[in-house]
Design a protein around this ligand. Structure first.
Ligand code: HEC
Length: 114
């Protein structure tokens, strides 16, 4: 499953880095490791990524067009109650899971808007 692989792995890493080294250490760990953890979640034939309307990392802008179109259509709102996407188009499965923003996230994704 994508959610435990990705959201779970990243969340666990953030929590331990915050505990060990505070927000600065967690930020360092996140910047260095988020891409690695994301690519480890991928298996052959499966593409996994994270994106947002307000990107911290421009590399995350390389999302498929249907993902960017979904983001623009749905706009910024609370993830709870937003259904996401589970469909098959031309034999290819598309899954999009909105990530819930919690207090931990806002330590780094805060006032700057990103
Ligand atoms: C320790 C700081 C930190 C915390 C805590 C944190 N993030 Fe991030 N986040 C970052 C950084 C730095 C990036 C850009 C690096 C990357 O992902 O390659 C990022 C990237 C992202 C992205 C990819 C899109 C983009 O902006 O590049 C998403 C989505 C995201 N974070 C969501 C979350 C959510 C949801 C939480 C809480 C569960 C969270 N983040 C917690 C620092 C953090």
């Amino acid at each position: 499953m994508i959610r435990p692989c990705l959201g779970g792995a990243l969340k666990g890493r953030f929590a331990s880095a915050m505990k060990d080294a505070g927000a600065e250490g967690a930020l360092e760990a996140c910047t260095a490791e988020a891409q690695v953890i994301t690519s480890q979640a991928a298996t052959p034939g499966l593409r996994v990524g994270r994106t947002s309307l307000r990107l911290r990392n421009p590399k995350n802008a390389e999302a498929p067009e249907w993902v960017n179109a979904w983001l623009v259509e749905v706009g910024e709102r609370k993830a709870s109650g937003v259904p996401g996407v589970e469909t098959v188009v031309e034999g290819i499965a598309r899954v999009l899971i909105p990530l819930e923003v919690g207090g931990l996230c806002l330590t780094c994704h805060g006032d700057s808007g990103a």
